[in-house]
Design a protein around this ligand. Structure first.
Ligand code: ARG
Length: 566
């Protein structure tokens, strides 16, 4: 039964207003004491030529309680509805238990494909903290859209093309030691790349050599291609270690290189549409009427660039997937780049360019030297993940908790703590990493939420043998159980908000509040205590079970795996 829908129907009938008007007008009162749903009568004042408080009173007198509504109050210009608590709890808990992992699921996305491009690190360069931020958001959005029934494709647009690969090939041929590189590829490739720049300062002819190598690479020269592929494979092997730790999977690793032979067509289309103008030898799309610098398509030496590859990628994605949405999870510093390419695509007459969305995010600050760093400022992400796991292990061991598998539990909590930190606030906000708050078991953190789940599971384990599936759920009614169950009912809304705004933090905030309400519930509603009557115990166990299900589903949407005990 949909309580809200029931009230909207009643109001529609009574006021003669449009169903949609009523449904848009009803709201959740700011304070639960005011009721569960409110209808503001102000918009009716004009039509009915009466003061809103009077309208509210008249309507209230015409509305009677029924099996779903306990009472209707007129307060000021508002009509306040109070749900029948036993009916609401019974209805919601049985629905959650019946749907299980599907609670909150929707089929709004059926038949629609959503592309989520995220992570997208650069080959032979360190995977930096910004890439991790992108990975956390993208992975969560991909899960959220899947939950809403969309066909989701996770894309990793690797930075695997560009003149820097000419430099790397040149550096490798001069100083590369295959054995050393095999052992620690990214560090070693970075080292010779840095060395190349130092040496090229002294001897600029190195740059010509690098250009020559990149040219060979573009022309498909066998040796250059084999080296490039080797760097790419080595790098991917490293990146995959991080993705494995995070439980992240991609459907495609088509990076910039994949589009290198698909750009001629783009240049041709833009040219035919008369969009390309000459500027200092380069070919650009002039965007000055939008107050943007021009979008460079061909450099003065005829080489294509990042933007051209992105436009070719968008066209390819449109043709391959006929997407409903093409989402780019990339840091805010690239906002201008995306505005430029989207505008260029629009001018090319691609009406689907309106479905391309840049989902930006803020900067990550690492206070002091509290994070492991090597090589000056470069943060090695694997170190950060491992540090989180180790710190978690230390806490668990100190707490003497009766965890069987400390390794896997520390890993799930340690990784969860990092993901949660990225997904805790609105994504455009900058983040300051702090181990203390990330691993604060009492604060707003992954361990806090995961502990709520483990606590619920431990109660259910103690209740083994008690069958609560036939419980009289009305017996669970109390102030705290009611507030908790209302939160369970809101899960689907939180997921939809997160998808609509590309903001996983709606889910993070949702689950954190859910756990807070759950803690309050089991503190004021004893469950396994001897003096709790059997029927009450059963009803409360059902509430615990339903809550655990929703905590698990919500955390899964953030990419966080629960643990059964901690
Ligand atoms: N590789 C780029 C970087 O590390 C991010 C790529 C973003 N995606 C895109 N389609 N441009 O900055």
């Amino acid at each position: 039964m949909d309580f809200k829908e029931h009230i909207i129907d009643k109001l529609t009938e009574l006021t003669g207003l449009d169903h949609k008007v009523v449904s848009d007008a009803v709201e959740t009162p700011p304070d639960e004491k005011l009721g569960d749903l409110a209808f503001p009568c102000f918009p009716l004042a004009k039509v009915m030529r009466k003061a809103p408080p009077l309208i509210a009173q008249e309507l209230a007198s015409k509305l009677s309680a029924d099996e779903l509504i306990d009472k209707v109050d007129a307060v000021g210009g508002y009509l306040n509805f109070f749900y029948n608590r036993s009916a609401f709890i019974t209805d919601t808990i049985s629905a959650v238990l019946e749907s299980g992992d599907k609670w909150g699921y929707s089929d709004e996305g059926n038949g629609k494909t959503v592309l989520v491009e995220y992570s997208s690190p650069n080959i032979a360069k360190p995977f930096h903290i910004g890439h991790l931020f992108s990975t956390a958001i993208g992975n969560s959005l991909a899960r959220i859209y899947k939950f809403l029934g969309y066909d989701v494709q996770s894309l990793n647009h690797l930075g695997d093309w560009g003149t820097q690969f000419g430099k790397l090939i040149s550096a490798y041929k001069r100083w590369g030691d295959p054995e050393v590189i095999e052992k620690d590829p990214i560090n070693e490739l970075l080292k010779i790349y840095v060395k190349f720049h130092e040496e090229a300062e002294k001897d600029p002819s190195l740059n010509d050599e690098a250009r020559e190598y990149f040219k060979r690479l573009e022309d498909g020269d066998e040796e250059a291609t084999a080296l490039w592929k080797h760097f790419r494979d080595l790098s991917l092997k490293e990146f995959n270690r991080i993705y494995d730790m995070l439980g992240v999977k991609f459907d495609s690793y088509n990076g910039e290189a994949f589009y290198s032979d698909k750009m001629d067509e783009v240049v041709k289309i833009l040219d035919e549409k008369g969009l390309l103008v000459e500027s200092e030898g380069a070919k650009v799309v002039d965007l000055s009427d939008m107050d943007m610098p021009p979008c460079i398509i061909l450099k003065s030496d005829g080489a294509t660039i990042y933007a051209t590859r992105d436009i070719a990628a968008a066209l390819y994605r449109h043709r391959t997937y006929d997407f409903y949405k093409n989402i780019y999870v990339v840091g805010l510093p690239q906002s201008l780049h995306f505005r430029q390419i989207f505008e260029t695509m629009k001018r090319a007459g691609w009406e689907w360019s309106k479905d391309c969305v840049h989902v930006g995010f803020g900067l990550v600050k690492l206070p002091g030297k509290s994070m492991s760093t090597r090589h000056g400022d470069v943060i090695f992400l694997e170190d950060v993940l491992n540090e989180s796991i180790e710190k978690t292990r230390a806490i668990i061991e100190k707490n003497n908790s009766d965890v069987d598998d400390v390794d896997s539990v520390s890993k799930k909590i340690g990784i969860g703590a990092i993901l949660y930190t990225f997904l805790k606030n609105s994504r455009e906000k900058d983040i300051v990493f702090s181990w203390d708050s990330m691993l604060d078991f009492d604060g707003e953190s992954a361990p806090y939420c995961m502990y709520g789940y483990a606590r619920g599971k431990s109660i259910l384990r103690r209740a083994e043998g008690i069958d609560y599936h036939d419980a009289d759920l009305a017996k669970a009614v109390s102030d705290d159980s009611y507030t908790l169950v209302k939160q369970l009912a809101l899960f689907g809304d939180a997921v939809k908000d997160a998808a609509a705004k590309y903001e996983p933090f709606y889910v993070t905030r949702y689950v954190t509040n859910l756990v807070k309400l759950f803690n309050k519930f089991y503190n004021t509603n004893p469950i396994m205590r001897n003096d709790v009557p059997e029927d009450v115990k059963k009803a409360r166990l059902a509430v615990v079970d339903a809550t655990c299900t929703v905590i698990r589903s919500a955390l899964a949407l953030l990419g966080i795996d629960v643990v059964e005990s901690m």
